[in-house]
Design a protein around this ligand. Structure first.
Ligand SMILES: [Zn+2]
Ligand SMILES: [Zn+2]
Length: 340
């Protein structure tokens, strides 16, 4: 099969490789589309370490073409998405009553093991979720980031009536925006550096948008909230500067969720006194622990719009261009998909 194999930092090669061999509890999926995620870009740039060579791509949709002998609940032809994170089920964290994704033997399709920038991908049947026949499979490739955002909303504890600021209007920020609206926020303020993304945010329901290249987002958010700041701020950029903006835009006693993934060696400088004085509740959000099922239900309900987030679709042969467009946010890039 054709696949994009990452050999080293920025050394991505299109190659013919053998189709993945699957075991009795796994399925083989013919890939329909795979999203280019910030995580892919981090790994591509060497900001996130993983073992190479590897086929990246963890946000994918497709159709089942083979099933292992022990697979009962899925059949050939099923349109599916898959949770990339694979837990061992027996380590210290996996055996805690509240299972999270701190599995000591965690594997992730397209991050630590071969993923979906390829014609085929294999995974465990227990990680697979069916989508309804006829649901747009390109949009289904965004269910993985949606599942991560569901976790973010759980962590941020958004309540009905809250005022919320979302720092960043990339694919994640724009999904978070819609989930925050569904949760009943009374006002959502979204920030970004690009007007096209802010326009999309307004189209998707943001009450106010702020271009951080033109005005101080903290002052603007305070002005919109009677000088207090928002009840909840969610950082969806992955940079210390954005975290600081989100923190300063949160009211006293408010909640800050640091959702974005900063580069591994980035450092957030903060005055502890400022945190003390505000009595902030700070949470982070790690992957999508058991939120996939809810994400599939929300996507199928149509209550979160995924299609407007897809700005580019490339063929697998154009993977280098796809990564360039996603990395440099060329041509108004939001979510870039790759189709084999
Ligand atoms: Zn992702
Ligand atoms: Zn484990």
């Amino acid at each position: 099969m054709r696949a994009a194999v990452l050999y080293n930092i920025r050394d991505l090669r299109l190659e013919d490789v053998s189709t993945p061999e699957f075991s009795t509890d796994e399925v083989l999926i013919k890939v329909n589309a795979t999203g280019v995620c910030g995580t892919d870009i981090h790994i591509y740039r060497g900001e996130w370490k993983t073992s190479m060579p590897i086929i990246l791509g963890h946000e994918f949709s497709g159709v089942i073409v083979e099933t292992g002998r022990d697979v009962k609940n899925l059949k050939i032809g099923d349109p599916v998405v898959a949770e990339p994170n694979i837990l061992c089920g027996s380590c210290y964290f996996c055996r805690m009553s509240e299972r999270n994704y701190f599995c000591e033997n965690l594997k992730a399709t397209g991050v630590t093991i071969n993923g979906a920038f390829a014609e085929y991908v294999k995974t465990k049947a227990e990680n697979v979720y069916k989508v309804t026949e006829g649901f747009n499979l390109d949009e289904a490739a965004l269910i993985e980031p949606l599942a991560c955002c569901v976790r973010g909303i759980d962590q941020a504890k958004v309540r009905t009536g809250d005022t919320v600021a979302i720092v960043g209007a990339g694919p994640i920020g724009l999904i978070l925006l819609q989930l925050v609206k569904l949760a009943g926020a009374s006002m959502v303020i979204q920030t970004d550096m690009e007007d096209a993304r802010l326009k999309l945010a307004r189209d998707l329901g943001a009450d106010h948008t702020i271009n951080v290249a033109e005005e101080d987002p903290v002052e603007a958010i305070k002005r919109l909230t009677g000088g207090y700041g928002v009840d909840v701020a969610i950082e969806a950029v992955g940079s210390p500067k954005a975290i600081t903006q989100a923190m300063k835009a949160t009211r006293r006693g408010g909640r800050l969720n640091i959702f974005g993934v900063s580069p591994e060696d980035a450092v957030w400088e903060v005055k502890p006194f400022e945190l003390y004085e505000k009595e902030l509740t700070i949470t982070t959000s790690y992957r999508s622990p058991f939120t996939f099922q809810r994400a599939v239900k929300i996507a199928l309900s149509g209550k979160v719009k995924l299609k407007p987030l897809i700005s580019h679709i490339f063929r697998l042969e154009e993977i280098h261009r796809a990564f360039e467009v996603a990395e440099k946010r060329l041509e108004g890039a939001v979510k870039v998909l790759v189709k084999p």
